[in-house]
Write a protein that binds this ligand. Structure first.
Ligand code: MG
Length: 403
């Protein structure tokens, strides 16, 4: 079934849709196990999702998994969980991944792929009334307008799996009145170079940048944490998820990664969400939503001294943060261009082709060359993304930061 077929089918159904009371919904959910599909099952979020499913096998049923190229790990998951449908999308192609996103037995699709590879899968899943648990930032940074439009027409919802956005989602539970919300406070660990003098930034090596103090993640996102581009992408993501303006988001550096984010309300009161730094908390919250069950990891031990620090971010040291905000304020295709430029710049840094400081330089140069309107269809959006990726590569090659 094509995306168009799905959308037409959905629109017809929407007309006759009744609102189901919450109690009936939750009783209905209890009757059968929730069918889970994981796109990007062999990465760090995929692995944490599997830990949650192992813990709650009575409530969750893994019915489909997709991985990019890690055949061995994918086969091990298929064997352990007796998964019926699996896709190795380097071999099977993107259409197979998209079929998995509309699997008839799936209730929720966990999107833990990198880049925009799963954007159309997300749109199809929503068109088929599936819930989508989004750990991937690029889907919203590049295609936020398409995803939010698809969610509006869907009986499914987009749930945030990124720890910060999940924290905000939890803080907003029961507090959703727009006029009551003053700002979203996105916490950031600050990465490995929080206390490094700016004068030493030019000598940062790939190995140093790959050493994150709190979180164990893939290479791309670890570098993004070191440059704070990750937080930049998260600001853009938060604007889409919670329908706020860039001015209503503040980044707060919090090196312990215990407070995962906060919401400040009109009366200056702040609600924070805390847990140990493990993705399993956010994943379990969404997979079991709205229920709470025993977690995979232990809770915080307040019988021991626990110090929590907060400080403002240093945008001079981390220009990727400022560039993300500027791209968001410029609007249109700029956030997508920011993301594409960052992707190319990080890949070049990982190959030792540019320096650490070269990453924001490349992004800045690409943004200078961007003057494009935001395409309104998936195909045009992907064409525009390809153009800006190629443009970014050209700028990397010409860059004086090339080493
Ligand atoms: Mg995050």
């Amino acid at each position: 079934m094509s995306s168009i077929d799905n959308l037409v089918y959905f629109e017809d159904k929407k007309k006759s849709q009744n609102i189901i009371p919450y109690k009936v919904l939750s009783e209905k959910n209890n009757k059968k196990k929730k069918g889970v599909v994981i796109l990007g099952a062999t990465g760090s979020v995929g692995t944490s999702t599997l830990n949650v499913i192992r813990k709650h096998e009575d409530r969750l049923n893994l019915i489909g998994v997709a991985a990019y190229s890690n055949k061995k790990s994918l086969e091990a998951i298929v064997d352990e969980f007796e998964v019926e449908s699996s896709v190795l999308f380097e071999r099977d192609g993107i259409s197979e991944l998209e079929k998995l996103a509309v699997h008839p037995d799936a209730d929720i699709i966990v999107v833990a792929t990198t880049g925009t590879v799963a954007l159309r899968a997300v749109l199809l899943a929503l068109a088929a009334d599936k819930d989508v648990a989004l750990a991937n930032k690029e889907t919203l940074v590049v295609g936020g307008h398409l995803v939010m439009a698809a969610e509006k027409m869907s009986a499914g919802r987009v749930f945030p799996l990124d720890s910060e956005h999940n924290a905000i989602f939890q803080c907003l539970e029961g507090n959703k009145k727009k006029e009551n919300i003053k700002k979203l406070l996105l916490t950031a660990s600050g990465g490995p170079f929080l206390n490094k003098p700016i004068s030493e930034f030019k000598n940062i090596t790939v190995e140093e940048a790959l050493c994150h103090p709190n979180w164990s993640m893939g290479k791309k996102i670890t570098i993004d944490s070191a440059t704070m581009a990750n937080k930049g992408l998260e600001i853009i993501e938060a604007c889409w998820l919670f329908d706020v303006n860039p001015s209503e988001i503040e980044v707060v550096v919090h090196p312990q990664s215990i407070v995962h984010s906060m919401v400040e309300f009109a009366d200056n009161s702040i609600i924070a969400q805390m847990s140990k730094p493990s993705m399993t908390f956010a994943i379990q919250h969404i997979l079991m939503y709205p229920d709470r069950e025993e977690g995979v990891h232990e809770s915080i031990d307040f019988s021991k001294v626990l110090e929590l620090d907060f400080r403002p971010p240093n945008e001079e040291k981390f220009p990727c943060l400022r560039l993300a905000k500027e791209s968001l304020i410029a609007g249109g295709f700029y956030p997508a261009a920011y993301n594409a430029a960052n992707e190319i710049a990080v890949a070049a840094f990982l190959k030792n082709e540019i320096s650490f400081n070269g990453i924001p330089e490349i992004i800045s140069k690409v943004l200078e060359h961007t003057n494009r309107e935001l395409p309104s269809t998936y195909d045009d959006l992907m064409d525009a993304e390809t153009d800006v990726l190629i443009e970014s590569e050209k700028i990397v090659r010409k860059s004086k930061f090339k080493i």
